[in-house]
Design a protein around this ligand. Structure first.
Ligand code: ADP
Ligand code: ADP
Length: 232
């Protein structure tokens, strides 16, 4: 479902050049929950952001399904991104908009008819247990509720892939468990392929089928979760 071939990303700054990803090869099968772990600065965020091309690699190729993401023109990329949802550590909600408007936002961007936007938004709010919060604003919700809004928004265009960038790192253990249960259910029920990055090993143990370990931009280990944790 997702393939990275020799993906290298360098950042240039006043301090010089920094290799964030160094010739990373990676494959994620359809329907997997795939974890990427590593210390702060290992390149996890950069890696996950190359999958929807929020970062463009300096070298290498990224494929999602049969599409080479790294070869797409801007209009093609916009279309491809509908197949790739993303959620964030700090939720990245639009604070001036209601919960319903946040969830409806990607559908409106796509220019879907108003009736369809309303129907799909109501369906998502219902599915994520947010119907009673539809007219509230993000500031009125708890962290777990905000992340459920993030998930509803990410699912709006019915993606095949969900990217999770430290999606539970700002949540307490109980809420983390609730969100992980939700992601697990989406994987099982919708067959959604999930790539999640985290620095929390217990998150990986709880939900990931496979895990990759990044160190200084290099992929140093990859395998079934149980195997990787047997040989730390
Ligand atoms: P992680 O998610 O594992 O913490 P990142 O992918 O965020 O790692 O960062 C990898 C490396 O690239 C780090 O050394 C970080 O400082 C550097 N880096 C990340 N983003 C930028 C940027 N926009 N400009 C310069 N350096 C960056
Ligand atoms: P506006 O009046 O500016 O369009 P709304 O908050 O009424 O803003 O609606 C934003 C979007 O969310 C619309 O697509 C609307 O149909 C949908 N929506 C609003 N309230 C609800 C609700 N309670 N349940 C489901 N969808 C809703």
């Amino acid at each position: 479902m997702i393939r990275l071939e020799g993906v290298t990303k360098r950042y240039r700054s006043a301090a010089g050049e920094r290799v964030a990803l160094d010739a990373v090869d990676l494959a994620v099968a359809r329907g997997q929950v795939f974890g990427v772990v590593g210390r702060s600065g290992a390149g996890k965020s950069t890696l996950i952001r190359t999958i929807n091309r929020l970062e463009t690699p300096n070298a290498g190729k990224v494929f999602v399904g049969d599409q080479e993401i790294t070869a797409l023109k801007p209009a093609e990329l916009r279309a491809a991104r509908r197949r790739i949802g993303m959620i964030f550590q700090h939720f990245n909600l639009l604070n001036a908009k209601t919960i319903a408007e946040n969830v409806a936002f990607p559908l409106r961007l796509e220019g879907r008819p108003a009736a369809e936007v309303a129907r799909r938004t109501a369906e998502l709010l219902d599915q994520l247990g947010l119907a009673e919060h539809a007219r509230k604003h993000p500031a009125q919700l708890s962290g777990g509720q905000k992340q459920r809004v993030g998930i509803a928004r990410a699912l709006a265009c019915s993606p095949e892939v969900l990217l999770c960038d430290e999606a539970t790192s700002a949540l307490d253990p109980e809420t983390t468990d609730e969100i992980l249960g939700l992601l697990d259910g989406l994987n099982r029920d919708l067959g959604l392929t999930i790539v999640l990055i985290t620095h929390q090993m217990e998150v990986v143990r709880r939900v990931c089928d496979r895990v990759a370990v990044l160190k200084d931009g290099r992929l140093v280990e990859e395998g079934a979760t149980a195997d990787v944790f047997l040989h730390p």
